[in-house]
Structures are given as structure tokens and as C-alpha cells.
Design a protein around this ligand. Structure first.
Ligand SMILES: [Zn+2]
Length: 499
């Protein structure tokens, strides 16, 4: 049957996104879906792409982002699509997009928020994203911290039934608007004040809906195992799936503890529980300086908080609004310059530039690789979209780094496994219907890349660089990125949970 399609991609090595071995076939796209896969010699298309020597895979799904406001402020989302990402899950670490004023006060401490026009609830947020016409698809998580702040403010105590009911109302509105679950940020204010029972009670609202519980845990350092156990308990008692965010062991004294946390995940899976994790492929993390201070990073001795005694040389300023001269400098350097203790310097900086973000060099490469190899792990950048300054290079480069550095160069796993971790696996976990796979009838979110050259380019010194080797990106059947250039027309959608 000789037919004409909208797009015909010929002779690529096609990966199905579900872990299957590649096949050399043609892929035809009609409107926003993959219409046919096979040998399509006699067929034609409005756009024909000769892709010999290139890999065609489903577009990458970034399950861990903080792009809630970036989708409104920078709707082309080129900082993601140029790295092959076609879908972002926003609303992680307890930082949700609604209610609006709490989102501005809460997520706004981590990412830029100036210029966001108010909206009403998660339905209003979804409508705002739709009218901004983002360049990639956006799936949303509600944020426990944002909802708690709206219901009770920053209080450190058990909640009354009435307060809990109010939180449930906010979550129900989010679920009606199609969110894929709720995230928590239990080392942040106010998420850290939530007791386990509160979280169980809240997530129980989602039982049977397919929505999941994603969590930035209380303690990713010496308390890692207890924190993973808490996350698993919340999922089991609440009757929902669990997604452990940015799985890692932070701080030298905690290195190696991922052996225990991975065993806890395996044990939960053996009991039939739906527990997985995501990870960014670096030994450094990034967060707001305010959070670092609140978690006692610079406190001497047995300081309060989960970070404890982080060497000042390992904490580097990523972005400091209005103070670009501080960017790229460590607290060891700044402490010498200010002639003050690191904790005092941090307090001064938070006072002068509250939105300051930092990079923390705190994981072991061995742990990063152990978590990455483990079959429970999918990829999530956790990028903080402060496009000025020196953001952590994971923002642009996470997926190319897994493909090029960890899969091809270090051989942690084969290419089909790497692609599965970025595509079919997260699509199934989050319930993104007809995405993350190359098969007839699925949405045509696609990426063409050169498996021999794809690699991350951003460094901590010079992070604002895009990966190389990503040739062409399609979002809902249309070209979004061509040879490193973001095209002006944007084709992303708001994705909504369907039961
Ligand atoms: Zn987090």
C-alpha cells in the first residue's frame, strides 16, 4: 500500500522504548501519532527524513522537574527539548503549582517566578500552561508542601481533622484537574513538619485513581534507610504507588547506604508493591541556599538537620539573583573573602539574595552507578530552571549523559535499557497513556540521535551548554528541534491522568 504521510523517517535504528532490541525500519507519522512502522519504500510524506546511521527512540520523559513556572515563563522549553526531552513532570519535591500564592512563596524560593499571572487552582494552572503553548508536554504533580502551606501555614505539629480535610480538598481539586499524583518535600519547609500519618491519610485520597506518591525524603544522609522505609510505608498504607525522588546517599558518612535503600525497594517490589525511584546522573546535587541552611549544612558538631557538616569547599553558588559575582564560588572562598564563618556568610547571602541556589558536591560515583544500574531507577533531571547564573548542568544534559557517558562509554547497560529507563518505564509508572513507546497508534514524541557521538557538554564551571548528538526532536508529530535549533511553533500539551 503506497500512501502519503505527514512525516516519514527512513532507515533509522528504531528502539521501541520498552527494552526491545532495535530494528532497522521506517516510521510514518500522521497528524500527532505514529501511523505505521515497517518497510515503507513506496510511500511518500510531506517531510521525509533520511536517518541511516541514527537511532530513533521515543522522546525522553523527564520525571523529575521543577519546570512549573518555566513552562509559563519560557514556553519554548528549549533547555529541555534540545536534550531530547519531550515530556516534563512538574511539581516535584512538595513544590506544587497551586494554590497560586503559596506556589509563588514556596516554589518561588527555588526558581524564578516574576511575571507569572495569577491562576486558580490546578485547573487554572493547566489552562495557563495550555494557553502558553509549551514546546514539550507537561504532566503535573500536586505538591504536599504547597497544599499544607495553604491549609495551615508553616506549623510544626499534628494537624486537626479539619485541617487535614482542607488539604484533601486541595488534592481532590488537583486530581480532578488531571494531576498524576502528589509529591512531598520532607526536608523543606513546611513539608518537614508532616508526620507519617498525615501523609498516609492524605495520599489515601488517591487510592484506586492510579495517581502516585513521589517523595523527596526526610533524610538522604545517614537516615536514608529509615526514610525509604517511611516512603514505602506511606505507599503501602495509603494504597498508592511510590516514586522515590533523586535516589542517593548524600555526604561522605552516608556513602554506601544505597545498598540498603536498594534492598528495601527490592523487598517492597517482592511484596507486590509499586515502588520505584528516579535519579540524576551526577555526584553533585543542587537546591536553594535557604534549604541548605535550614538543614544544618554548616552547623558544627551535632547540628540539627539532615545535612550536617558539609565541607564549605563542596558548596558552590549556582545562581544569586542580583549578585552574579558570587556565582561559581564556594563557601570556602566566600568565607575567606568575607572573613566570616561559612554559616554567617550563608545567612548574609540568604538575607541579600533569598533566591540563591547552590550546587553541593556530596555523592560518591560508586553509589551513583550502583543506583543507576539498578532496575528500579528511571531518569529525572531535577534541573532547577534558573537560566541565568550557573545552574547545575543536569538541567540540560541528564539524558545525553546517561546515553553517552554511562551506557556507551562506561557500559553500565545497553542502549535499549538506557532508552527504556527514559521512555517506556516512566510512561508506565506515571500512567502517560500512548507515550514513551514507538508503536503504531502511539503519540509521535520522537528523538533522532547519533548513538556514537551523543554526550553531555555542560560542566559545573560552564553549565549553559546543550548536549551534542541530538539531531531532531518531534513533539506530537511535529518537529520541535532540528540540528540544535528550537523551531518557533510549539506543540506540547498538558497531559492529564486517565483512569
Ligand atoms: Zn528534591
Amino acid at each position: 500500500m503506497n500512501k502519503s504521510y505527514d512525516v516519514l523517517i527512513r532507515n533509522a535504528q528504531v528502539y521501541d522504548g520498552e527494552g526491545g532490541q532495535p530494528t532497522n525500519v521506517d516510521v510514518a507519522v500522521e497528524s500527532d501519532r505514529i501511523a505505521r512502522i515497517g518497510s515503507l519504500d513506496g510511500c511518500t510524506a510531506k517531510l521525509e527524513v533520511e536517518a541511516s546511521g541514527l537511532v530513533l527512540s521515543p522522546g525522553f520523559i523527564d520525571v523529575h522537574t521543577h519546570d512549573d513556572f518555566a513552562a509559563l515563563l519560557h514556553p519554548d522549553m528549549g533547555f529541555k527539548s534540545r536534550g531530547g526531552v519531550t515530556t516534563c513532570i512538574v511539581g516535584n519535591c512538595g513544590f506544587g503549582a497551586a494554590p497560586f500564592s503559596e506556589a509563588i512563596n514556596n516554589l518561588g524560593t527555588l526558581v524564578p517566578s516574576a511575571g507569572i499571572v495569577p491562576y486558580e487552582g490546578h485547573a487554572g494552572y493547566a489552562a495557563a500552561v495550555e494557553s502558553s503553548a509549551p514546546g514539550v508536554n507537561i504532566g503535573v504533580l500536586a505538591g504536599h508542601g504547597t497544599i499544607r502551606k495553604a491549609a495551615v501555614g508553616s506549623v510544626d505539629r499534628d494537624l486537626t481533622d479539619r485541617e487535614l480535610s482542607e488539604m484533601k480538598e486541595y488534592l481532590l481539586e488537583a486530581l480532578d484537574a488531571g494531576v498524576f499524583g502528589i509529591s512531598s518535600g520532607l526536608s523543606y519547609d513546611p513539608g518537614r513538619y508532616a508526620r507519617t500519618d498525615e501523609l498516609v491519610e492524605l495520599v489515601s485520597v488517591m487510592r484506586g485513581t492510579g495517581a502516585l506518591y513521589a517523595t523527596h525524603m526526610r533524610d538522604e544522609a545517614t537516615g536514608l534507610a529509615e526514610s525509604v522505609a517511611e516512603a514505602i510505608e506511606i505507599g503501602a498504607r495509603g494504597g498508592v504507588g511510590v516514586q522515590i525522588s533523586h535516589h542517593k546517599a548524600r555526604g561522605r558518612e552516608s556513602w554506601g547506604l544505597v545498598n540498603e535503600s536498594l534492598k528495601l525497594i527490592e523487598a517492597a517490589q517482592l511484596r507486590g508493591e509499586d515502588v520505584h525511584a528516579d535519579q540524576y546522573p551526577y555526584t553533585a546535587g543542587s537546591t536553594s541556599l535557604k534549604t541548605v541552611l535550614e538543614n544544618g549544612a554548616f552547623a558544627q558538631g551535632n547540628g540539627a538537620g539532615a545535612m550536617r557538616n558539609v565541607p564549605p569547599a563542596d558548596v558552590v553558588i549556582a545562581s544569586a539573583p542580583g549578585h552574579s559575582d558570587w556565582e561559581g564560588r564556594s563557601f570556602a572562598e566566600l568565607s575567606a573573602e568575607f572573613n566570616q564563618a561559612p554559616i554567617t556568610v550563608a545567612q548574609i547571602i540568604v538575607g541579600q539574595a533569598p533566591g540563591t541556589t547552590v550546587i553541593l558536591h556530596m555523592m560518591s560515583e560508586e553509589d551513583v552507578q550502583r543506583v543507576l544500574r539498578h532496575p528500579s531507577t528511571m531518569i529525572g533531571s531535577d534541573g532547577i530552571p534558573t537560566l541565568e547564573g550557573k545552574p547545575h548542568p543536569r538541567l540540560y544534559n541528564s539524558f545525553a549523559r546517561v546515553l553517552g557517558h554511562y551506557a556507551r562509554d562506561l557500559g553500565l547497560f545497553d542502549l535499549s535499557t538506557a532508552i527504556y529507563r527514559m521512555c517506556g518505564f516512566p510512561a508506565r509508572k506515571f500512567g502517560l497513556r500512548d507515550r514513551g513507546v514507538v508503536k503504531e497508534g502511539a503519540f509521535a514524541d520522537l528523538v533522532l540521535f547519533d548513538a556514537g557521538t551523543v554526550i553531555d557538554m555542560g560542566t559545573f564551571e560552564n553549565p549553559n551548554q546543550y548536549p551534542v548528538g541530538i539531531r531532531q526532536v518531534f513533539v506530537n508529530g511535529r518537529v520541535a528541534v532540528l540540528d540544535g535549533e528550537v523551531l518557533p511553533l510549539r506543540h506540547g500539551r498538558v497531559l492529564r491522568r486517565s483512569v
